[in-house]
Ligand binder design. Structure first.
Ligand SMILES: Cc1ncc(COP(=O)(O)O)c(C=O)c1O
Length: 407
C-alpha cells in the first residue's frame, strides 16, 4: 500500500513539477496530515500555558498535554505516566540522564559501556562525565557486519561497570541491536541500561518492560512528529532519586530564598514552559503509527532495503556498510562510491530533488573505525516506494558517469 498521499509535502512538490524523493528520514521524517492538523487545531483552539491557569482554556491545554503523556506511556508500555518526561529531543534526554546520574549515582572510577557506532549525542554526555568525574568509558566494537555480540559485551563488563548506553538501531549501519537480550544481561549484572531509540521507535514496536531498560530516549521528529519534542522514559524509582536537570518555574513544590522543595514526577524534570503543541503533535504521530501498524512499517523497511541492495549491488564501486540481510536492519543504509565524495553525490542527486544525507552523520568514531571520512546515507519511512529506490539508483549511476575521473 502506498502511504505517500498521507503526507502533504509530496503533493506540494508534485504540483511544483519537481516530485520529491525523500530518503533522509533518519534525520527527520515528513509529517502526515494527521499530525499537521492536530498541531494546527491545538494552536487555533487550545493554545495556553499548562499547569498554571485557573481558566478553562488553560485547563484544556493541560488536559491535552497530559493526554499526550498518557499516549506515550501506552506506546512504550511504561508502568506509569510519571516515567514519561517531555524534553526537546534525544540529545537533551541523554544529557539530562548523564547530568543527573553524574550528580547522584556515579563516582570516580565507575565505568560506562557504549559502542563505537553511537551517535555523538550518546557519546559526548558520557565523555563529559569522564572529564569531570573521572569516569571511564569502555567502547564495544561491532563485527564486520556492524553487529554487537553479547559475548563481546560480557568480556568488557567489570565490577565497576555502572551504566550501558546503546542505540536500538544504528543511525549509520542500520543494525538492529539485540536490546532485549542486552537488557536482561545488564539487569542481571545490576548495570543501568539506557536505550537510544531515536532510529527505532518509529520503525519497531518498543516495550520498555520487555527490553528491561532503565532509560529510553527518542525524538518526535524521527517518527512523524514535530520538531522540538522528545521523550525520556525512566524507571520511576530512579527518576525519583535523581536531581533535576534544569531549575525554574513549573518544577517546584515550595521555594524560599535558602531552600527549594522540588515537585514530584514528572514535573521535577520539566522546568519552564514546555512544548505543548509539540506533545500534542507527538501523540498524533503515535496514533498515526498505530493506524499504519508496525507490521506494515517493518514490511516497507525490509522491502526498501532489499530493493536498495539489489539495485545498488549493480553499480560499480559501491560498498554498503552494515548487515547483509534486510531482516537484521532498520530503515537506514550507508554506502560509499569509489572515487566520489558523498557531498558531490548528494549535490548532484539534489538536482533531481532526491534528498539523501552525506557526511559523518555525527558518528566520527565509527567513520574513523570504518576508515572513511564520510558516507552517503539513505533512510526510509512509510512513504517510500520501490520507485524512490529506482530513482536513487539511476541518479547514482548518472552521477558516477558524470564525476568519474578521466584516465
Ligand atoms: C541514534 C541517534 N541518536 C541520537 C540522535 C540525536 O537526535 P536529536 O538530534 O533529535 O537530538 C540521532 C539523530 O540523528 C540518532 O540517529
Amino acid at each position: 500500500m502506498n502511504h505517500k498521499s498521507d503526507f502533504p509535502i509530496f503533493d506540494y512538490f508534485q504540483k511544483q513539477g519537481k516530485p520529491l524523493v525523500y530518503l533522509d528520514s533518519a534525520a527527520m521524517t515528513q509529517m502526515p496530515r494527521a499530525v499537521i492538523d492536530a498541531v494546527r487545531s491545538h494552536d487555533e483552539e487550545a493554545h495556553a500555558n499548562v499547569h498554571r491557569g485557573i481558566y478553562a482554556l488553560s485547563e484544556t491545554a493541560t488536559a491535552k498535554y497530559e493526554q499526550a503523556r498518557e499516549t506515550v506511556r501506552a506506546f512504550l508500555n511504561a508502568r506509569s505516566a510519571n516515567e514519561i518526561i517531555f524534553t526537546r529531543n534525544t540529545t537533551e534526554s541523554i544529557n539530562l540522564v548523564a547530568y543527573a546520574l553524574g550528580k547522584s549515582m556515579l563516582r570516580e572510577g565507575d565505568r560506562i559501556l557504549i559502542s563505537r557506532a553511537e551517535h555523538h549525542s550518546n557519546i559526548l554526555p558520557w565523555q563529559m562525565l569522564a572529564e569531570e568525574k573521572g569516569i571511564v568509558l569502555d567502547m564495544v566494537d561491532a563485527d564486520e557486519q556492524g553487529k554487537i555480540s553479547l559475548a563481546v559485551i560480557e568480556r568488557l563488563i567489570t565490577p565497576a561497570t555502572r551504566l550501558a548506553a546503546f542505540s536500538h538501531v544504528s543511525h549509520v549501519l542500520g543494525t538492529i541491536n539485540p536490546v532485549a537480550e542486552m537488557g536482561k544481561l545488564f539487569r542481571e549484572r545490576k548495570i543501568l541500561f539506557l536505550v537510544d531509540a531515536a532510529q527505532s521507535v518509529g520503525h519497531l514496536p518498543t516495550d520498555v518492560q520487555e527490553i528491561w531498560c532503565d532509560f529510553l530516549v527518542f525524538s518526535g521528529h524521527k517518527m512523524g512528529g514535530p520538531t522540538g519534542i522528545g521523550v525520556l522514559y525512566g524507571r520511576e524509582e530512579l527518576l525519583a532519586g535523581m536531581p533535576p536537570f534544569l531549575r525554574g518555574g513549573g518544577m517546584i513544590q515550595d521555594v524560599s530564598f535558602d531552600h527549594t522543595e522540588f515537585a514530584v514526577l514528572p514535573a521535577k524534570f520539566e522546568a519552564g514552559t514546555p512544548n505543548v503543541s509539540g506533545a500534542v503533535g507527538l501523540a498524533a504521530a503515535i496514533e498515526y503509527i498505530r493506524k499504519i501498524g508496525f507490521d506494515e512499517i517493518r514490511k516497507i523497511d525490509e522491502e526498501m532495503t532489499t530493493e536498495l541492495f539489489s539495485r545498488l549491488g549493480q553499480i560499480k564501486g559501491i560498498t554498503i556498510f552494515g548487515p547483509h540481510d534486510a531482516k537484521d536492519r532498520g530503515g537506514v543504509a550507508s554506502f560509499t562510491l569509489d572515487g566520489i565524495h558523498p557531498h558531490d553525490l548528494a549535490t548532484i542527486l539534489d538536482r533531481d530533488n532526491i534528498c539523501i544525507r552525506a557526511g559523518h552523520h555525527c558518528a566520527m568514531p565509527l567513520m574513523k573505525y570504518l576508515g572513511v571520512l564520510a558516507t552517503t546515507r539513505t533512510s526510509f519511512w512509510v512513504y517510500n516506494t520501490r520507485d524512490d529506490v529506482k530513482q536513487l539508483a539511476e541518479g547514482i549511476e548518472k552521477s558516477r558517469l558524470l564525476l568519474k575521473k578521466k584516465p
